[in-house]
Write a protein that binds this ligand. Sequence first.
Ligand code: GLV
Ligand code: MN
Ligand code: MN
Length: 431
Amino acid sequence: MSIPTEGSVRPSAWPRPGLEPRVDGARMLRRLAEMSRVGARPGRGITRLGLTAEETAARALLAEQCRGDGLVSATDKAGNLVIRRGRRARRDRPALLMGSHIDTVADGGRLDGAYGVTAACEVLSMLNQHNVDLAYEPVAVAFTNEEGALFPYPFFGSLGLAGQVDTEQARRMSAEGVALPDALRAAGGDLDRIDEAAWPAGSVAGYLELHIEQGPVLEAADVPIGVVHSITGRTVLDITVSGGQNHAGTTPMRMRHDALTVAARVVLAVERLARVRDLCRVATVGRIVAEPNVTNVIPGTVRLTAEIRDGRAARLRAAEQVISTELAQLATATDTGITVKINPVTEPVDTDGTLRRAVTDAAYELGLRHMEMDSGAGHDAQIVAAIAPVGMIFVPSRDGVSHAPCEHTEDVHLVAGANTLLRTVLKVAQP
Ligand code: GLV
Ligand code: MN
Ligand code: MN
């Protein structure tokens, strides 16, 4: 579907002559503050993991906030909250989706995901309030389990919307003794009927996601709006090192098969992929569990999760190959077992050129400095890209920090981002 976006916002697209289209910034910030209390732990940021009671509470709060503005919302079979303009919705028209995710990582910040969702609802409320007639029906979406921080199925909600959930894989998954299908049911979804969450071909004209940058680029350049060009790809590898569990006092050093010291070499090999060999942009081991994890026992098994990211799929494939070969050699050299399981990868995607131009024009018309940039974080947009053109808007992150309690963006930038989203919608969907 092509989206014409020539020229600036026509006065007719905004039925309040003389008044610039603007969101209610104070209302949006108040609602974002309400949302940041869901899953908050004193001194530890926010833990609102996907497919948990905290995430369900956040969905309920969002639905209540939207109801106050005359919007209607429903949870789909993938656990996403889909929000529409009630009576005014023109369901016969292709949808222009806006949104982000409502879950967080453990001890996360208040903006990653929640900002884009709250801003999307604010834009929808404004369009509803002013009864704006558009070529595409605006719809806001709060995606579930984008982070995959508890149930290791990141982008679950957007994959559901794109009709790409692997139900067999999802059925086998569990976390803390809870099976994913049960967690999904408690969240209002249904794995057996997840097909119903998929949007049919042609029903989505485009998707726009507003998000904090989560990196240092915009702040360093003193630019309030980022126009995202490409979104990184990511491969997650589950690595298990099997050695020999034994007594830490009696086993001579030369007779050990210490899984943890071998795992330390695995960590450094993963880091080298990016830092030294430049085979991918970044490489991280973020999770490591030693068994039995007891002071006077040589660890017998260590499980690690490594992730590598790059903007080019071919480089990711090469890095996956290199680390697999290198770890096989390490296993031989240390007389241990090392298995590497490559999980389904998230491929890098480019945003749509027309939507990029619309965001650029919107920022320009609002008098906001802007720049094109790439995203080093993953986003639901890269999943929705399988079924529709996508665009992304970034706002600066203080000190480039995210996935941490001190994640922060100045209010003036949060409101500027929401105004840019509103104006972009008016441009791409003008009748
Ligand atoms: C998403 O939060 C990511 O890890 O990129
Ligand atoms: Mn995140
Ligand atoms: Mn995010």
